[in-house]
Structure formats: structure tokens, C-alpha cells
Design a protein around this ligand. Structure first.
Ligand SMILES: [Fe+2]
Length: 420
């Protein structure tokens, strides 16, 4: 079995989840959505709980670029919440008290520094993007400086990609946060795709600028918070063209970077925009920005908006993303973000419950975890270290992950808690 198939199959074992992720091709009238559906820019298309009423509705989702959805189990099938989930729900607040001594320390510092860097960059990027969109910016230097800072975090560094900032609902603020988040993921992936520092820096510059065209759209009132109509989707589809125009005005940007910005919504199967390009006509860099952007859109504004937990988003990209992105890029993306991103709650084959605290370079399905409940569901108040499931020394019994859920569902933001 190929590695990707194995990964998709195992990630699909998701007993703690609330619904099944399916390709848009399998969606039928009568099915109900377990999760809200968004465009790749985070525009709400359908609320979670909506029952699909017609094939026309499905066709509209396809036109908007939706490739997969999470549907509720059919009536009479497994309940939305398992007894195990209820049990965890009642116990977790006890475990996640903001006490220094219960925080695993080995990886906390890395996450904290990455989070700090992203937060600082968020403030700088707001001013920079606004000035650039208005044509009053000082040029590329500041973007290059930020890009170099990200890239300097080093080869194989997953902290940046794990510490991405919470994105507000679709708004001009979400553009600033998304730009920083996408750049962070791109910086982490670049070395794995064989890019040298110069290529990685330019990829990050493209990521920082990829949605700059959204700023004039929001500023002019053309895009309104929470709005949805075919007119809005059409307006949104113009943003890559506007981004390209703004980037060109900055001067001295390599043509490849301009192309990356322009193509970041193009997809291999021709379903993207603005030109509906397909296959080899879409640059590798544009696909990397596209995957990172897509992932961020799926997990954006998680609390209260019902969008996807990170492991679900990875699962969707793995299961049906290969028609949209090159497999090599998808594989490297998962290598960085992890099949089970940091902060995911997992049930182990030993019947213990743990939180993912690090992505293993040896085996995507065997991350580092901190065990927080033993097999008898007694919580462990001081998970002092991470257990590396991929290490034979640390895990001689070969314990594996059986299922996953997201801590935020239980009111716990693990990254926030870790970095307090
Ligand atoms: Fe975009």
C-alpha cells in the first residue's frame, strides 16, 4: 500500500469525530452537513447543520471551489457524541488548568517563540499590506526582511506551521492574519521541497502578498463581513488579478513571484481561478501557497464557526486533494503540519488519551504525544515529557493512534494554554 493511501486510511479512523468527510462528488440531496462549508478564502457558503436540498445547491458548491464536505451520520447511525467524548468533556477542564507545572516543557518554548514571532509579524504586516495596497509602500525590503526571518527558523521546523494565529471571521483583519499564517507554513515546507534560501524567501514574499488584492475589495465595501451571494463570489474571484497588479507596481519582484501570487487559486484539475489553468501550467510555488491557504481557510475561525479541526482539514486534503495539488506538495505539507497537528487530542492503542505535542520526522502517523489520561481515564496532572511514538526506545510496545478529536471542541485551546 502506498504511503499516502496508508496515511489517508489511518487518519480516517476517527471514532471521536462527529461526521464523515466525503468528496463533493458523493454529496447528495437529503444529506446534512456536520461542519460549515467555506470558500478557500473563508467566505461562509453553508452553515453546519444545513440539509442539502437540491443538486443545484451542490453545483453551486462545486463552482465555489468546494472539493469535500463533512456530513452528519444518517439518522439511526452512531450518535454525534460518544460516551467517551462525554467523559473527556467532563474531565478536561480539570486537566488544563493554567498551571506551570502541568505544562510539558520540552516543546513549549519552541511553540512560544514561534507564536511570539507570528504575533509580532501580524502587527507589521497590517501596516505593510495597507500601504502596499494604496501604492504608498516603501517597496519590497520589509517583506523580504519578514520572509528571511521566517525562513531562518530552519529546516524541518514545524513550530511555525503549528503555532499559526487564530484567524478572525472573513474580514480585512482575516487577510492580515492569513498572510502571516500562510507565509509561516510556506517557510516550513520550502526546504523539504528542495528550495534554497533565496527561493524560500521569495516563496514567503509571495505568501505575504498573495491576498493583498482583497484589501481594496474590503476597503471599498465590495466585500462585507459574512456576506454571501453569487455576486460576492465573483468579486472575490477578482482578488488574484488585483494582487498581481499591486505586486507589479512595487517593482523589482521576479516574474515567478508575480505568477505565484496570480495563480494561488488555480487547481490542477482546472477548477480554480482566475483562468482555470490546469496541470503543469500551474507553478509549484503557487501550489504551495494554495495548499497552505486552503488549510488555513478550512481551520479559520474555528470557535463558534464550526469549521474544521486541523486533523480533519489534513484528512480532507489527503483524501481528495491530489486532484487539486501535486502529491509531492501534499506529502511535504503533511510532513510539516502532521497527520495529527500539534494540539490534537488522540486515543492511543494502549487506551490512554494524549495530546500531540510534536510532529515526528520519522513517521507521520506516530507523532510525539503527552499522555494526559491513563487507560482507566484517570488524568495525569504532570505530563512532564513527550513520548515519541516513532521511537523504538521510547515506545517499545509499538503503541499507535486509534482516533483523534480536537481539544477546542472541549473548550481548550492547547496552543494558547501552552503559551500563556
Ligand atoms: Fe486568495
Amino acid at each position: 500500500m502506498r504511503r499516502k493511501d496508508l496515511l489517508a486510511r489511518q487518519v480516517d479512523v476517527d471514532a471521536l469525530g462527529e461526521g464523515a468527510a466525503i468528496s463533493i462528488e458523493r454529496l447528495k440531496p437529503g444529506m446534512a452537513l456536520a461542519e460549515s462549508v467555506f470558500t478557500s478564502n473563508g467566505l461562509l457558503l453553508l452553515q453546519g447543520g444545513t440539509k442539502i436540498s437540491s443538486f443545484e445547491q451542490i453545483a453551486r458548491l462545486k463552482i465555489a471551489g468546494v472539493f469535500a464536505v463533512v456530513v452528519q451520520p444518517e439518522a439511526g447511525e452512531s450518535p454525534l457524541k460518544s460516551p467517551l467524548e462525554e467523559e473527556i468533556l467532563s474531565e478536561l477542564p480539570l486537566v488544563f488548568k493554567p498551571r506551570e507545572e502541568v505544562k510539558p516543557s520540552g516543546f513549549a518554548e519552541g511553540i512560544r517563540l514561534a507564536r511570539e514571532l507570528l504575533t509580532n509579524m501580524r502587527a507589521r504586516i497590517e501596516t505593510l499590506l495597507d500601504e502596499t495596497a494604496q501604492g504608498s509602500g516603501l517597496g519590497l525590503d520589509e517583506f523580504e526582511e519578514i520572509a528571511e526571518m521566517f525562513v531562518a527558523m530552519g529546516r524541518g521546523n514545524c513550530w511555525l506551521a503549528s503555532a499559526i494565529l487564530d484567524e478572525p471571521a472573513f474580514s480585512i483583519e482575516s487577510v492580515y492574519v492569513r498572510s502571516v499564517n500562510v507565509a509561516a507554513i510556506c517557510a516550513a515546507i520550502a526546504p523539504w521541497l528542495g528550495m534554497d534560501a533565496d527561493e524560500a524567501n521569495w516563496l514567503c514574499v509571495a505568501a505575504l502578498l498573495h491576498d493583498v488584492g482583497m484589501i481594496p475589495l474590503f476597503s471599498s465595501g465590495a466585500m462585507k463581513k459574512g456576506s454571501l451571494s453569487s455576486q460576492h463570489i465573483e468579486i472575490m474571484r477578482t482578488h488574484t488579478t488585483i494582487s498581481r497588479r499591486i505586486a507589479r507596481q512595487m517593482g523589482h519582484i521576479p516574474a515567478k513571484v508575480i505568477q505565484t501570487i496570480y495563480q494561488h487559486h488555480e487547481r490542477l484539475d482546472g477548477s480554480g481561478f482566475p483562468r482555470g489553468e490546469s496541470g503543469a501550467r500551474i507553478g509549484k510555488q503557487a501550489q504551495v501557497v494554495g495548499v497552505a491557504d486552503h488549510y488555513c481557510a478550512m481551520i479559520a475561525g474555528r470557535l463558534g464557526r464550526g469549521s474544521l479541526p486541523p486533523h480533519r482539514a489534513v484528512q480532507l486534503l489527503l483524501s481528495v486533494g491530489s486532484r487539486l495539488y501535486a502529491e509531492e506538495i501534499l506529502e511535504k505539507f503533511v510532513r510539516i503540519v502532521g497527520a495529527y497537528p500539534i494540539g490534537t487530542l488522540v486515543l492511543l492503542s494502549s487506551d490512554e488519551l494524549a495530546v500531540v505535542c510534536g510532529v515526528s520526522e520519522l513517521d507521520l502517523l506516530k507523532p510525539e504525544v503527552a499522555i494526559i489520561f491513563d487507560a482507566n481515564r484517570l488524568h495525569i496532572p504532570t505530563p512532564e515529557r513527550c513520548l515519541d511514538l516513532a521511537s523504538e526506545d521510547e515506545n517499545p510496545e509499538g503503541i499507535t493512534i486509534q482516533a483523534a478529536a480536537e481539544l477546542e471542541k472541549f473548550g481548550v485551546n492547547y496552543i494558547e494554554w501552552l503559551t500563556q
